[in-house]
Design a binder for this molecule. Structure first.
Ligand SMILES: Cc1cc2nc3c(=O)[nH]c(=O)nc-3n(C[C@H](O)[C@H](O)[C@H](O)COP(=O)(O)OP(=O)(O)OC[C@H]3O[C@@H](n4cnc5c(N)ncnc54)[C@H](O)[C@@H]3O)c2cc1C
Length: 50
């Protein structure tokens, strides 16, 4: 069996999830872990003002 490169991403915010997607697209086996067991989101959003 060929070696498969692996990555561990610490933190599942937008940066960690983006990194995980990119690494997965590059062919790595990726695991994401976050210290928050509820994986809550604090204040991320898109605001469009007039
Ligand atoms: C009140 C508030 C309102 C905001 N409003 C907006 C908005 O309207 N629009 C906008 O675009 N942005 C907004 N932001 C900013 C936005 O939330 C951040 O820019 C964005 O979340 C940063 O993403 P990040 O992945 O770098 O960090 P984070 O989202 O902070 O993610 C980091 C993750 O790493 C985890 N982590 C940290 N340390 C460890 C560790 N040692 N082990 C395991 N896991 C760990 C944390 O639990 C967290 O889930 C707001 C921020 C706040 C606080």
């Amino acid at each position: 069996m060929a070696d498969r490169r692996k990555a561990l991403v610490i933190g599942g915010g937008v940066a960690g999830m983006s990194a995980a997607i990119s690494l997965r697209e590059a062919g790595l086996e990726v695991h994401v872990c976050d210290q928050d067991p509820h994986w809550r989101v604090y204040g991320a959003g898109i605001t469009i003002t007039s």
